[in-house]
Every structure is written in structure tokens, then in C-alpha cells.
Design a protein around this ligand. Structure first.
Ligand SMILES: NC(=O)c1ccc[n+]([C@@H]2O[C@H](COP(=O)([O-])OP(=O)(O)OC[C@H]3O[C@@H](n4cnc5c(N)ncnc54)[C@H](OP(=O)(O)O)[C@@H]3O)[C@@H](O)[C@H]2O)c1
Length: 217
């Protein structure tokens, strides 16, 4: 299996790519610029030189050509990006991790997309794909550190139940993480809107908070 990361040059996409590469899954780091992707793959390869990570640079179309694709652009760029790539993304699991948020005074607040969530907007834009929301709450800095696995839960939501289960299973194979099936796309609004609250926690406690749910079997 190959994972593609659209917008893979940012902190979040890099974390996704190195975590999957760290367990031996080839990850295509996608970008609007192939040169930028090559530069980032060079940096990651040199940072983790002892690990021989299977990372490949490419443009976003190359990332969309992988078997499972994660969209890791800022929310403002998600819709136009996935719409342009609808053809190569057809038939695939497409994971949206984008949070719609903005600065308000000194803090961060959620924005409400007309569709209720970014994940739902991606699902509407990609009727031929199996769209799943995941990874929204993982702080990219610590998550991108292969030497110190992040101990966190990842809430996963999708109207395509088999796809949600598949992504939960995949997340369970990543060091430190537990995938949690959080239901259909209706859950994406709350999941995405929680992120700015976590950022506010981080600001006040000078940390990188993630979430762990209690009471699960
Ligand atoms: N950072 C985190 O800790 C974190 C955690 C969980 C979820 N997320 C979510 O993950 C997404 C990425 O976060 P990030 O911090 O990595 O973001 P970022 O650094 O701002 O952007 C990621 C990459 O997206 C591409 N990009 C930027 N603007 C774009 C546009 N208008 N259209 C298409 N591509 C664009 C850029 O790559 P190229 O210039 O190379 O194309 C950029 O390197 C966000 O939606 C965020 O809400 C972030």
C-alpha cells in the first residue's frame, strides 16, 4: 500500500508521511511544487537518516495517485485542491484532516463551513471517493517525532462505514495511536470545532495537547 499526502510539505502532512513511512508504508509527499516536495523529503530523510524511510516526493497529483490519500492543506485550499484531483481520487479512501478556524483577538476560534464541516464538504466534492475525517487533533510537532510516539486517540468519522473501520485499523498500526470510530460525517463538525479549543489549551499551558477518551473497552 502507498499513502499519498496532498499538502504534505506542511507540518501536519510531514507528520502523516513520516509516521506511515516509519512503519514501512511508502508515503508520497505531495505539493503544488515538485521542487518543494523534494526539498521537504530531503529534510525528512536527513533528519531520520538512520531509518531509511520510504518517502517519495511528488506533486499533489502524484500523491492523489496513491492507494489511500490524506488531504493536509489549510482548509481554505481543500475544496479547490480536491476538486481538481477528483479523477485520480475516485474509488479511494480520502482522509480529510483540515480544521476550519481563524484568529479572533488573541485566540483561535472555529469557523462553520456551509456544509457543517470541511470533511462533509470534501465528501460532497468527491462523490466517487470514500471520504473519512481523521487526525484533526494531533499536534504536528510532537506527532512528527519518530523517537517519541504520541500517546493519543484519533476520532474517525465517515458515512462510509467500511472506510471508517479501515482507517481505524490503519491508525491502530501507528505507534502510540488508537483509532476511535466516532460515527458518520455529522460528527465531523464537533471534531473539527474542538481543535481551536485544543489550541487555546496549548497557548495557556504552553504545551501540545492531544486527546484520550476514557471508558472505551
Ligand atoms: N499543524 C497541526 O498541528 C495540525 C494538526 C491537525 C490537523 N491539522 C490540519 O492539517 C492541515 C495542514 O496543517 P499545516 O499546519 O501543515 O498547514 P500549512 O503548513 O499551512 O499547509 C500545508 C501545506 O499545504 C499547502 N498549501 C498551503 N496553502 C494552500 C492552498 N491555498 N491550496 C493548496 N495547498 C496549499 C502548502 O504546500 P505546498 O506549498 O508545498 O503546496 C503547505 O505546505 C490544516 O488544515 C490543519 O487544520 C494541522
Amino acid at each position: 500500500m502507498r499513502i499519498g499526502v496532498i499538502g504534505g510539505t506542511g507540518p501536519a502532512g510531514q507528520a502523516v508521511a513520516v509516521q506511515f513511512a516509519g512503519i514501512g508504508i511508502e508515503a508520497v509527499v505531495g505539493s503544488r511544487s515538485e521542487e518543494r516536495a523534494a526539498e521537504i523529503v530531503g529534510e525528512l530523510t536527513s533528519r531520520w537518516s538512520g531509518r531509511e524511510l520510504p518517502l517519495t516526493p511528488g506533486d499533489n497529483a502524484a500523491a492523489a495517485g496513491a492507494d489511500l490519500v490524506v488531504v493536509a492543506t489549510p482548509w481554505e485550499g481543500v475544496l479547490s485542491t480536491v476538486t481538481d484531483l477528483a479523477e485520480p481520487l475516485a474509488g479511494k479512501i480520502v482522509v480529510s484532516m483540515a480544521n476550519a478556524l481563524t484568529r479572533w483577538g488573541k485566540g483561535m476560534v472555529p469557523l462553520l463551513p456551509p456544509t457543517g464541516s470541511v470533511t462533509a464538504a470534501v465528501a460532497l466534492a468527491l462523490p466517487g471517493s470514500r471520504v473519512v475525517g481523521a487526525f484533526h487533533h494531533l499536534p504536528a510537532g510532537p506527532w512528527g517525532d519518530l523517537d517519541h510516539p504520541l500517546d493519543a486517540d484519533v476520532m474517525v468519522c465517515s458515512d462510509v462505514r467500511a472506510a471508517a473501520r479501515e482507517v481505524v485499523g490503519l491508525i491502530d498500526t501507528l505507534p502510540g495511536l488508537r483509532g476511535v470510530d466516532a460515527g458518520g460525517l455529522g460528527s465531523a463538525l464537533a471534531i473539527e470545532a474542538l481543535t481551536p479549543a485544543l489550541l487555546e489549551v496549548n497557548r495557556r499551558y504552553k504545551t501540545h495537547a492531544a486527546i484520550k477518551l476514557t471508558g472505551l473497552p
